[in-house]
Design a protein around this ligand. Sequence first.
Ligand SMILES: Cc1cc2nc3c(=O)[nH]c(=O)nc-3n(C[C@H](O)[C@H](O)[C@H](O)COP(=O)(O)O)c2cc1C
Length: 77
Amino acid sequence: MLGIYFRGTGNTKYCLERFLDYYDGSKPISIESPDVIEAIRKSQNIVLGFPVHYSNIPKIARDFMIGYALSPIDIYP
Ligand SMILES: Cc1cc2nc3c(=O)[nH]c(=O)nc-3n(C[C@H](O)[C@H](O)[C@H](O)COP(=O)(O)O)c2cc1C
């Protein structure tokens, strides 16, 4: 499982690290990492972590999901 996070202060990264520790021990990467596209290409299942902003998904996370919505990759927000 590839874990990708978008975060401001670090809470989302922390939560995703704890989830992946429990799930399979993998380490999450930032949505802003230059390695994220290559990591996605190698992954079938992706969990996307983001904070709630104004009772909604942050724009950067939404744009990211829409950008991949028509691909054969499964993304779990
Ligand atoms: C611009 C902004 C808007 C937010 N809107 C909400 C909100 O509508 N509801 C909520 O419960 N928390 C809201 N929060 C709080 C964050 O979701 C919360 O602090 C989160 O844990 C931050 O995660 P991060 O450390 O990964 O950025 C907001 C925070 C920011 C910066």
